[in-house]
Design a protein around this ligand. Structure first.
Ligand SMILES: Nc1ncnc2c1ncn2[C@@H]1O[C@H](COP(=O)(O)OP(=O)(O)OP(=O)(O)O)[C@@H](O)[C@H]1O
Length: 473
């Protein structure tokens, strides 16, 4: 850990001191002569208080067990520990805009200390139900498959689910690209347990596209301690809540990857010697996730919209981490390995992706009808796929063949070149307004385009491009 780390938080109050009596990896036991500090209290140890410990358990009235949050810092038996009397704090206010910080609020961008910030505790109860406001509006992403089949709610929570390497990070970066520039609120990106390279790339890209000024980046990447990865989401949410509550602004919180939050919680639980629960996860999974997710909500002051990438271990969508995250969301976009292997990017599975916004009263009737029809045609195609594999297309009835023709064109039309993948696909990105996506799907569904080659529909933006492509060929 760097020197700036501990200077990021305000000066520790001169509180009661204790002594370290045991060290087990990142877990430290501290004995106080007076009463032990409360759970979640921040303790400081080592030279100039550089080692930050968060109290996790109380062993008896005088002894606390805590997690060392910065692994580079050294602690030793007998070392003095100061009780700061409060929890970890996060910097909030205009001074964090345009900055990249870590879980302690320390700058990671080399631009010097944060100015013009206050500090707030990172632990807060969720907003009571009476102060919450329902959403109801749709956020356009410009990504055809998402806008059509799992529209994202303004002030809602959306999850991008997928196994390793199916395109979660690419998709979330594209959403940032398409939405952040036009978004009038504050964007907050929280990186949890992913590669540091991705953090650096995102920072550079946001700087290059000029959206960094209205954004905050908070990182606890995979090289950080489990405690830091576990708490970084709380730091990020505290910053988001402050923009909402104190400045009445809308905030978009992008999290890559919420699974790593659950995973860090499992590591912390293991370090503290708690008995694991189903599939090795912590017994407190549901409450930990609930305490975090429930903080993301709308109030009269403003809306927090959140888009979260969710890693699905071994592509098993019944994994407890994935199902628990799923239960908090208003829209879920499932990425499929099969589609990725066929090059159908974004590899969104139209039948598994869903949104509670896709109901007649919320989206337009046209949107609802077309989305249902697209799903129906694709589901029929899937049901026919075994017969096609065994007997061939020729054995199908005329009506089924027409369905297959439409489904295969729809599948290709729902692919899209991304701005953020331009360097390696060589194709310019496309932002497709919802109306154009609907028109394209309606035309394919009507059968009027079944005469055109399937390849003409692959990696296009709006439907006019299909015609232009066939004319040029
Ligand atoms: N929309 C896309 N267009 C073209 N290629 C893509 C697209 N999405 C993903 N890919 C390919 O898939 C690779 C993996 O994508 P990405 O890193 O987003 O996956 P991930 O699901 O975040 O993986 P991990 O779980 O390992 O972080 C990319 O490097 C790229 O080659």
């Amino acid at each position: 850990m760097t020197d700036v780390q501990w200077t990021a938080s305000p000066e520790p109050a001169e509180g009661p001191t204790g002594r370290i009596t045991a060290i087990r990896g990142a877990v430290v036991e501290v004995r106080f002569s007076g009463p032990a500090p409360a759970i979640n209290t921040r303790l400081l140890a080592g030279p100039e208080g550089r080692s930050v410990i968060e109290v996790a358990d109380l062993i008896d009235g005088h002894t606390a067990q805590g997690l060392l949050l910065n692994p580079g810092a050294r602690v030793a038996l007998g070392m003095a520990v100061t009780d700061t009397g409060g929890p970890l704090t996060a910097p909030v206010g205009a001074g964090v805009l345009g900055r990249m910080i870590d879980v302690f609020g320390a700058p990671l961008d080399g631009k010097g200390p944060l100015k013009d910030v206050d500090y707030l505790p990172i632990h807060r109860p969720p907003v009571p139900l009476t102060r919450r406001r329902p959403g109801g509006e749709i956020f356009q992403t410009g990504i055809k498959a998402i806008d059509l089949l799992s529209p994202i709610e303004r002030g809602g929570k959306a999850g991008l689910f997928g196994g390793a390497g199916v395109g979660k990070t690419v998709l979330i970066t594209e959403i940032i690209h398409n939405m952040v520039a036009e978004y009038e609120g504050v964007s907050l990106f929280c990186g949890i347990g992913e590669r540091s390279r991705e953090a650096e790339e995102l920072y550079r890209e946001m700087q290059a596209t000029g959206v960094l000024e209205g954004a905050v980046l908070v990182f606890g990447q995979m090289n950080e301690s489990p405690g830091a990865r576990f708490r970084v989401a709380h730091t990020a949410l505290t910053i988001a809540e402050h923009f909402r509550d104190a400045q009445n602004r809308d905030v978009m919180v992008l999290i890559d990857n919420i699974f790593r939050f659950v995973q860090a919680g499992a590591e912390v639980s293991g370090l503290l010697g708690r008995i694991p629960s189903r599939v090795g996860y912590q017994p407190t999974l549901a409450s930990e996730l609930g305490a975090l997710e429930e903080r993301i909500c709308n109030t009269d002051a403003g809306a927090i919209t959140s888009i979260q990438a969710v890693y699905v271990p071994a592509d098993d969508f019944t994994d407890p981490a994935a199902t628990h995250v799923f239960s908090h969301l208003s829209a879920s976009v499932a990425l499929s390995r099969k589609r990725a292997s066929e090059g159908l990017y974004p590899a969104i599975d139209p039948l598994k992706s869903a949104s509670k916004m896709l109901t007649p009263g919320t989206v337009s009737d046209r949107h609802y009808r077309i989305a249902r029809e697209v799903r129906r045609v694709l589901a029929e195609y899937e049901a026919l796929s075994d017969i096609i594999a065994m007997l061939g297309l020729e054995e199908l009835s005329e009506a089924d063949r027409a369905t297959v023709a439409r489904a295969r064109r729809l599948e290709r039309f729902l692919t899209q070149p991304f701005f953020t993948t331009e360097q390696f696909t060589g194709l310019g990105g496309r932002f497709v307004p919802l109306e154009e996506t609907l028109t394209g799907c309606a035309r394919i569904l009507s059968g009027e385009m079944s005469g055109l080659p399937e390849s003409a529909f692959y990696m296009v933006g709006a439907i006019d491009e299909v015609g232009k492509r066939t004319e040029a060929a």
